[in-house]
Design a protein around this ligand. Structure first.
Ligand SMILES: C[S@@+](CC[C@H](N)C(=O)[O-])C[C@H]1O[C@@H](n2cnc3c(N)ncnc32)[C@H](O)[C@@H]1O
Length: 306
């Protein structure tokens, strides 16, 4: 059942790092089709609690049907984690998993318009109740704003050319669909790596539409605040922008000292709130890579509340 919706990645690694207290309160902050949740549930005693959050109502409804009362499901954005949980009477947790990004189900759903291999209206929202969508971004942002997004969130070297071409297209027509956008990009960047360019541009728009990087920063700091001592935070990211945020966040939270670098100025002592459990990110095993190519870009980092 899981695989039809989405094949969860690094499952054994998640379980190893996340679940330390079988009767504890755990959160799956990216519920999706519930692939990870199912395995977490199996590790918990009946007295344990699992909360599943997703910004996509379709994912929440899918998991509600799948798990019934076994999981407390919440439709919401994990950037408001503390608030979402406190509304359900939960103030502290023993562990949280972030499995960032999009599910295979979302990529394969034409109406969500995430993929560039499918004709769809430009949308890219995880949460269909949110106002900002890809159509607005592509048709109303200035050339500079578009170029900045493609550069910052897609690390795309043809960012300016592509932005210019979009603006020129807009002078006569509205960019309605993913195919319109693909054609614009193809007419700008005519090289054999076009699929990589398309992937970078689509990633950049998705990050902008869903405020993904800000949500991640906010979700992480909310999580650290409500974790019980000894509680674990596990994050799986799929691109370098996300991984960099997680790495820096863990580093900042685990620092014991800020070195002044000057003989006369004393170093500043800090009280660390996290202990890093993964010095280097954990990648998928060869076996998993064979079974699930999507695991190729996955990087897992874990830390424990001090
Ligand atoms: C990679 S999928 C998770 C798959 C899931 N672990 C499974 O095994 O089926 C990521 C999910 O996170 C959701 N999502 C992304 N950003 C979110 C956010 N800021 N808040 C809540 N959910 C988010 C997406 O809607 C998507 O369903």
């Amino acid at each position: 059942m899981t695989d039809e919706y989405h094949t969860p990645v690094l499952v054994e690694e998640v379980l190893k790092f996340l679940v330390t207290k079988p009767d504890g309160i755990y959160v799956d902050a990216n519920l999706g089709g519930g692939g990870h949740s199912e395995r977490i549930l199996n590790k918990l005693l009946p007295t344990g609690v699992l909360v599943g959050i997703d910004a996509d109502e379709d994912a929440v409804n899918f998991s509600k049907k799948r798990f019934g009362e076994k999981i407390l499901t919440i439709h919401g954005n994990f950037s408001h984690l503390s608030q979402l949980l406190s509304e359900k009477g939960i103030l502290n947790i023993d562990g949280i998993l972030f499995d960032l990004g999009v599910s295979s189900f979302q990529i394969d759903s034409p109406e969500k318009g995430f993929g560039f291999r499918m004709e769809a209206k430009l949308d890219f929202r995880f949460d269909k109740w949110q106002k900002l969508d890809a159509h607005t971004v592509i048709n109303s942002y200035s050339e500079k704003q578009l170029a900045d997004i493609f550069w910052k969130y897609g690390e795309e070297k043809f960012s300016r050319h592509i932005a210019r071409k979009i603006i020129s297209y807009r002078s006569s027509k509205v960019v309605e669909t993913t195919s319109d956008l693909v054609e614009i990009i193809k007419s700008t960047v005519n090289n054999k790596f076009i699929n990589k360019t398309l992937a970078r541009i689509f990633q950049a728009i998705r990050i902008e539409v869903n405020h993904e990087l800000d949500s991640l920063r906010s979700g992480l700091s909310n999580a650290v605040n409500i974790l019980m001592p000894g509680g674990r935070i596990v994050v799986i990211s799929y691109h370098s922008l996300e991984d960099r945020i997680v790495k820096e966040f863990f580093k900042d939270c685990s620092m014991e000292k800020v070195y002044s670098g000057h003989k006369l100025i004393p170093d500043k002592e800090l009280t660390p709130v996290l202990k890093i459990l993964t010095k280097k990110p954990v990648n998928a095993s060869k076996d998993e890579l064979k079974r699930n190519p999507r695991s190729r870009s996955a990087k897992l980092r874990a830390a424990e509340k001090v």
